[in-house]
Design a protein around this ligand. Structure first.
Ligand code: PDD
Length: 276
């Protein structure tokens, strides 16, 4: 039997009901997290729930349960579903009320969630992916992990229409991040990635990989760079909860470059493998 979180409680999936007046439906007015589970254990759960809380604060929402209670609830769901390798999806919308742009601060937030089996994408991580470079048309608070992901889904579709696995976005020529991942370039043994500003999501995998790279003795520059620099990169990879460390074998579209999967990317993949 499959279990889900419905309005903050664990119930059988078939019995879950979604209210048509949920603000998540009308306005995409909510936040979410995707947390990886390896061998039945959530990975970096503490960092994810902290970011969940931060996203809530930034959107003038209040988490209806403490972070430790939230962790307990998610852990219980993992156990009930006997999840070994996969993800936990958890979201919180502002509440249920007749459609009105103006929200009330008395809305009762709705927490829902589920788990999904997902083995590591070994083949992609081994061989690398093709990415499509396109304009970043998203709003100016990409640091908030909101369920309102229109810019991201359009970019992903555009990439797929060009047989690419991910879209790499740039804002007025300055590279920001992927449609559902962060981007790293490597040049002369130095790692470059966009700083954690309002223009990107500060990925948990990004933070873990920056830590691992520094432990391995590499310099990491959290600096914005123009898309033309991609042409000079020695290696490039994306990071995310679902893609872990995935090498890029070609950039296409507004930048055209073919790359080898390089030794530093491999070293970071190995370090990440040990960490999980
Ligand atoms: N996406 N940037 C964006 C826009 C993202 O949507 C994600 C993750 C990341 C990487 O964050 P993290 O390392 O914390 O997963 C960066 C998730 C996986 C998703 O929406 O499915």
């Amino acid at each position: 039997m499959e279990y889900v979180i419905d309005n903050g409680h664990i119930i059988v999936a078939d019995q879950a009901k979604i209210d048509r007046n949920d603000r998540g439906y009308h306005f995409g007015d909510g936040i979410y997290e995707v947390i990886r589970v390896y061998n039945g254990k959530p990975f970096t759960m503490d960092m994810h729930v902290k970011r969940f809380e931060e996203s809530a604060k930034k959107l003038d929402m209040v988490l209806t349960l403490s972070l430790s209670k939230l962790e307990e609830l998610l852990m219980e769901l993992v156990k009930k579903n006997a999840l070994q390798d996969g993800i936990i999806y958890v979201q919180m919308t502002r509440g249920i009320s007749p459609r009105n742009h103006l929200y009330s601060r008395n809305e009762k937030a709705v927490i829902t969630g589920y788990t999904q089996e997902m083995p590591s994408k070994v083949e992609l991580q081994q061989n690398g992916i093709d990415v499509w470079v396109t304009d970043d048309i998203r709003w100016l608070r990409c640091d908030i992990k909101t369920i309102n992901l229109l810019g991201n889904v359009l970019a992903k579709r555009e990439a797929a229409d060009h047989d690419c696995h991910e879209a790499i976005q740039h804002r007025n020529g300055i590279v920001t991040e992927g449609s559902s991942s962060n981007l790293f370039l490597i040049k002369d043994r130095i790692l470059y990635t966009h700083p954690a500003t309002n223009l990107i999501l500060n990925g948990i995998t990004r933070q873990v990989v920056i830590g691992l790279a520094k432990e391995l003795g590499y310099e990491v520059f959290e600096e914005a760079f123009p898309k033309d620099v991609i042409e000079h990169a020695d290696e490039a990879f994306i990071t995310s909860t679902t893609s872990e460390v995935t090498p890029i074998k070609s950039f296409q579209g507004q930048v055209e470059v073919t790359l080898e999967v390089g030794p530093i990317t491999r070293q970071l993949q190995e370090a990440f493998e040990k960490e999980k």
